[in-house]
Design a protein around this ligand. Structure first.
Ligand SMILES: [Zn+2]
Length: 277
């Protein structure tokens, strides 16, 4: 028998439970997280359940946990489906909208706004390589653990926040998806959580030395503008392990670490995972 049901979920104190009902086969379904644009949630399903977001089937841990993430411009409600015992329930999860800082700068020389034509192919191929790395779906479970700020001791100065956007000469740029942490060149960068190094590029056009750590189930951290990278592709890293040093490589105006977090192609707010102490 194939049934299809629909459930509307309400966020209560960062904990969401499915419709509770004595005979309800979905009553044990639960989500915990941050329900806003840039947020994420970890769900507890039953082993054997099948969850989908659009075309994507979500990976479950052996205990039935899964991860979903909400992009900067995610529309509310966020929809996903649960298939259990031959029945499908569609969920609509309300998300809080955020306001982002928008900065308009007009009258710039065109060459400051548009990259030179001869680097466009390079930019495109680099973006594609990063897209493929973000799409990785591994069974690592570090996404469930604690995250620490990637600088130890002096936490640096936050000079750029998630979601902000510049409009140069009337043309919107790609929003800023990371948190910018200014600190001296050579400051050690530490893995905020465990994982496996899933992408390394010594010199990308925009982001210079770039390093990605896969935390599992589509969640990854990316570090931009690195001066040195001290791990290799495929290395397992532990939370707090030194992975390199920050710098000003690529198109950076000064030494800083740009830390990004993504769930597949959805860009999440790193400050939802860790903050400076
Ligand atoms: Zn940045």
């Amino acid at each position: 028998m194939r049934r299809r049901r629909f459930a509307f979920l309400f966020a209560l104190c960062c904990v969401i439970a499915g419709p509770a009902h004595a005979q309800d086969p979905f009553a044990e379904f639960q989500l915990t997280g941050v329900f806003d644009q840039g947020g994420y949630a970890i769900g507890q399903a039953r082993p054997g359940d099948r969850l989908t977001v659009g075309e994507r089937a979500l990976r479950l841990t052996t205990d039935g946990r899964f991860l979903i993430g909400f992009h900067r411009d995610e529309s509310s409600p966020f929809r996903f489906s649960l298939m259990r015992d031959g029945a499908t329930t569609d969920y609509a999860l309300p998300l809080k909208a955020r306001e982002y800082a928008i900065q308009r700068i007009d009258g710039l020389p065109p060459k400051q706004v548009t990259p030179p034509a001869e680097v466009l192919a390079r930019i495109r191929s680099e973006a594609e390589a990063a897209w493929i790395a973000r799409d990785r779906d591994s069974a690592l479970t570090d996404f469930e653990g604690r995250f620490d700020w990637p600088l130890q001791g002096d936490p640096g100065v936050i000079t750029g926040v998630y979601g902000s956007q510049r409009i140069l000469n009337g043309e919107p740029r790609q929003p800023h998806y990371g948190v910018d942490i200014a600190a001296p060149t050579g400051t050690p960068v530490l893995a905020p959580a465990g994982g496996v190094v899933s992408f390394i590029h010594e010199d990308m056009y925009f982001s210079g030395g770039t390093l990605m750590i896969d935390h599992g189930h589509g969640l990854a951290s990316t570090f931009l503008h690195m001066e040195t990278i001290e791990v290799a592709l495929g290395d397992a890293v532990a939370r707090g392990q030194r992975i390199g040093t920050l710098g000003a490589s690529g198109r950076a105006t000064g030494p800083h670490l740009d830390w990004r977090v993504n769930w597949f192609q959805s860009r999440l707010d790193p400050m939802h995972f860790a903050s400076p102490e």
